[in-house]
Write a protein of this length. Structure first.
Length: 147
């Protein structure tokens, strides 16, 4: 087996050695002569617009995949949990899977409630502050501050 590998490697070694023996000058571009026109290259820094929108397609794609996955998980209801429970072999594992899933649901619900309350409090605070400084229609501005 080792001899077969050695024979195959030996056949690959010859072309690699030929490439490495080539002089480095032949791979580079030829030097410019007096009659050749030399082009100068200037590198400009990327504009702010290019920096901001360079990763837009990746973000939009990831958001689309997330929304689609979320839709299908929400539309399936408890079917996903039932399939996981059905795959587990022992009753203890099944109980643990249900307990973990319920705990995750509870934690996510608590998190979303706290974020909602924080945003509502921020909106009310901004609305009151704008009303105190005399801003016209502070109620119109307050909800946008929580976004």
């Amino acid at each position: 087996m080792l001899r077969r590998v050695e024979i195959k490697v030996r056949t690959l070694r010859k072309p690699v050695e030929q490439v490495t023996r080539l002089p480095t000058e032949s791979r580079a571009s030829p030097p410019a002569t007096d009659g050749d026109k030399v082009q100068s290259v200037t590198i400009r820094p990327a504009r702010l617009r290019d920096r901001l929108f360079s990763h837009t397609s990746g973000v939009v794609t990831a958001a689309g995949v997330t929304v689609a996955l979320l839709f299908f998980l929400l539309a399936s209801g408890d079917m996903f949990l039932r399939k996981i429970v059905h795959m587990l072999p022992s009753l203890g594992d099944k109980k643990l899977a249900v307990e973990v899933a319920r705990r995750i649901e509870s934690d996510i619900s608590r998190y979303l409630l706290s974020v909602t309350l924080i945003n509502a409090g921020l909106g009310v605070t901004v609305g009151v502050a704008l009303a105190l400084i005399g801003m016209p229609n502070p109620v119109l501005w307050a909800p946008w501050s929580a976004c």
